[in-house]
Design a protein around this ligand. Structure first.
Ligand code: ATP
Ligand code: MG
Length: 203
């Protein structure tokens, strides 16, 4: 019996992929909202290895991004963090993430969570047809990105849900850290402190 009092025959697991450089409250609200709406038992956060759409950008080393994700999610009993993408060598493709997590949870129903910006890229993703067989896709609204981007997607393949708008991006958090501006309340306290302790995003 789930938290919402429903009976499900299969475990229901959300997958929240991201670069998480760093993880911020927009990611956490997205995961929490989808967990509520879809009555999920667990949401697995999966920090990417080398993200395919960010090959020409500098990305903080995987271990720091992984640890910040652990710190940010530790207090939520439904949230866990997986190393599958950072431990797999090479570029991260979502299809590999889904295959790995499917193999680890053969009887689960999987829900892949993305923002309204990332979903626009879905059609360019590798092996998109197999991805739709492995998981349901749930796109959440994100300030600055039109939900219409999802309207080009195959009918019935991606659900769009509206979540409380948090105009937070990792890009902005990094810029703030670089300029010595505050990042409190944009990211969890432990992440503010981790960034300072390890001198991340300094010039
Ligand atoms: P960057 O600015 O470095 O691209 P980001 O804030 O977009 O960072 P990502 O790690 O790229 O964060 O995003 C991971 C996932 O979370 C993506 O699916 C993205 O669309 C979604 N997401 C990120 N921020 C928000 C937000 N504020 N509201 C809703 N979804 C978000
Ligand atoms: Mg992004």
């Amino acid at each position: 019996r789930s938290a919402r009092g429903n009976w499900h025959t299969k475990p229901r697991i959300g997958i929240m992929g991201g670069t998480f450089d760093p993880i911020h409250n927009g990611h956490l609200v997205a995961a929490s909202e989808v967990a509520w709406v879809y009555d999920l038992d667990e949401v697995i956060f999966v920090p990417t290895g080398r993200p395919v759409f960010k090959l020409n950008k500098h990305v903080t080393n995987a271990e720091d991004r992984y640890l910040m994700t652990v710190i940010a999610t530790a207090s939520n009993p439904k949230f866990t963090v997986s190393r599958v993408d950072i431990d797999r060598p090479g570029i991260t493709y979502t299809i590999d993430t889904l295959r790995d997590l499917r193999a680890m949870h053969p009887d689960a129903e999987l829900f892949f969570i993305t923002g309204a910006d990332a979903v626009a890229e879905i059609m360019q993703w590798k092996d998109v047809d197999e991805m739709f067989e492995l998981a349901h896709f749930v796109a959440v609204t994100r300030p600055g990105y039109s939900p219409e981007a999802a309207s080009n997607l195959p009918v019935g393949r991606v659900d769009m849900i509206e979540i409380p708008a948090l105009a937070i991006s990792s890009t902005d958090v990094r810029k703030r850290a670089t300029n010595g501006e505050p990042t409190w309340y944009l990211v969890p306290d432990g992440v503010v402190q981790y960034i300072a302790k390890h001198g991340l995003y300094r010039q």
